[in-house]
Design a binder for this molecule. Structure first.
Ligand code: UDX
Ligand code: UDX
Length: 478
């Protein structure tokens, strides 16, 4: 068959990386394209086992709507495997969806993305692929990574007798955790960057199975890569903007909810991403902004770099000032005090804790000597241990007054505590029985609402003291 015609006829898709992005994205593609065999491969056997777990409540990623899709397509046309070699060999399209964390050492440490796994995946594709393969960057990558991938793909010397050619596309993910399935089913847009029009068409045809053509944008490779970084930077910048104003509200007597509402009703500004809170978390925002900053510095655009870096600085400051407020309200001393941390994921409806503001706030409270009682409806004690335990290793030679404990019952996690800190906006926190809570706590009992979700009047009626981000009540002395 003519190679181009064969290319249009996709029967096998492989995705390298069975993470938060790869798993849900491939599940939706498999569900919408029943004639295509989709295989998600990962080096982590345990993760693959979890994806194959017959108990759909034990999948490694929690996303509303995900388990229903997995239940429909798994072992029919969606497979999870560690057999990288064969999955690559038979694939017409390969998505690279491995993690790209910030480099911790070497050139660009603290800013640049660590591309070692993207490079490794590219080498594996170069070694095991056969015939023509469309390679799609799904992971968020620094601009011009497609060139790196291309150079690696074209430099393989393994199996020289097998003909292999490649088209490289950028198809960044815009899915947000907690709404990933809805974002995949009804995206604002799908972005495909690439120079090979046929390959762009092939990938577009897949998305067209459920997404209207006008929502599928095609651009050049570099615009696509950059658009992803810039989208996340703009979103994060809105969060930092409103958080900076939350401090001003507290100082002046204004109320961040009212300000956010008034500002957001201007249709030119819009009301999304204007919720003040403990700062943004998640695996993407900080990493992508730091990447953007690195890129700007690389091109000597230092003022542009400084502008975007400020978004990260405000985010860190917001978390720091919240913890300082807690200490101040508890008479400047946390030693011997118990604090209930409600919520550990970086936002509601996900079990992901990467860069969660709860981690930074908890660690600072531990430094002050507090005992933490932690509750989250989806995060496991194992995840919390991973996030906090190096703190205890570091503290090993010092006097230990701080500690933490994990609870599966929310009211148990509140028993005997001096303060509650709402760190994630889980819906169940809105409807707590505050009278019961008051009776369970040591007095004077405090509630710190860092997510601006509680009905302050109800909390205060129960006898509890209340502090909320952006709540300037204390200054309303007119
Ligand atoms: C990742 C990137 O972090 C993000 O920048 C991008 O936008 C999408 O892909 P995510 O899916 O959330 O996000 O990452 P993660 O949940 O860590 O999953 C990555 C998976 O790749 C892991 O399961 C890891 O084991 C796997 N992996 C990593 C491989 O299979 N092979 C490798 O060589 C490296
Ligand atoms: C983000 C992008 O939204 C998504 O398009 C991209 O593909 C990956 O990164 P995600 O990190 O899953 O998605 O979550 P998002 O909903 O964007 O929230 C990020 C952080 O900002 C969370 O900690 C959230 O609590 C915080 N946030 C968001 C606010 O504090 N206020 C808001 O108004 C919105």
């Amino acid at each position: 068959m003519d190679k181009k015609k064969k290319q249009l006829n996709v029967s096998n898709i492989c995705c390298i990386g069975a993470g938060y992005v790869g798993g849900p994205t491939m599940a939706v593609i498999a569900d919408k394209c029943k004639n295509i065999k989709v295989t998600v491969v990962d080096i982590d056997q345990e993760r693959i086992n979890s994806w194959n777990n017959s108990d759909l409540d034990k999948l490694p990623v929690f996303e509303p709507g995900l388990k229903e899709i997995i239940g429909r397509v798994r072992k029919k046309n969606l497979f999870f495997s560690t057999d990288l070699e064969n999955s690559i060999k038979y694939a017409d399209i390969i998505f690279i969806s491995v993690n790209t964390p910030i480099k911790t050492s070497g050139l660009g440490a603290g800013y640049a993305s660590d591309l070692k796994w993207v490079e490794k995946s590219s080498r594996q594709i170069a070694d095991f692929s056969e015939g023509h393969t469309i390679v799609v960057e799904k992971s968020t990558l620094p601009v011009r990574t497609a060139k790196v991938i291309k150079d690696i793909l074209n430099s393989s010397t393994k199996n020289p007798e097998i003909s292999k050619t490649f088209s490289i596309l950028s198809n960044p993910e815009f899915l947000a955790e907690g709404t990933a399935i809805n974002d995949l089913l009804n995206p604002d847009r799908v972005l495909i960057g690439g120079e090979d029009n046929l390959a762009v068409q092939v990938l577009s045809e897949i998305y067209k199975k459920w997404i209207p053509q006008e929502k599928i944008l095609t651009t050049n490779l570099w615009s696509s890569e950059l658009s992803k970084l810039v989208s996340n930077a703009f979103l994060a910048q809105r969060v930092s903007s409103i958080n900076s104003i939350s401090a001003l509200c507290e100082a002046t007597g204004a109320d961040i909810k009212e300000v956010s509402n008034a500002v957001g009703l201007d249709s030119r500004i819009g009301n999304k991403f204007l919720n003040s809170g403990p700062g943004f978390g998640g695996s993407c925002f900080k990493k992508d902004i730091l990447n953007l900053v690195y890129l700007c510095k690389f091109f000597n655009l230092n003022e542009v770099a400084d502008f975007w870096y400020q978004t990260v600085l405000i985010n860190e400051w917001q978390q720091k000032r919240i913890y300082e407020e807690i200490v101040r309200k508890l008479f400047g001393n946390l030693s011997g005090k118990t604090i209930s941390i409600l919520g550990f994921s970086f936002k509601a409806n996900t079990n992901d804790t990467r860069e969660s503001p709860a981690i930074k706030i908890s660690r600072n409270l531990l430094i002050e000597g507090a005992h933490l009682q932690i509750y989250d409806p989806k995060v496991s004690s194992h995840q919390i241990r991973n996030a906090l335990n190096d703190f205890f290793e570091y503290k090993q030679n010092e006097e230990k007054t701080s500690s933490w404990r994990y609870f599966i019952d929310i009211y148990e996690s509140i028993k005997g505590s001096d303060a509650i800190v709402i760190t994630t906006e889980w819906n169940e926190f809105i409807y707590l029985d505050w009278k019961k809570i008051y009776s369970l706590m040591r007095k004077p009992a405090w509630v710190f609402d860092t997510r601006v979700i509680l009905d302050k009047a109800k909390v205060k009626e129960s006898g509890l003291n209340f502090w909320g981000v952006g709540d300037g009540f204390e200054k309303r002395d007119i």
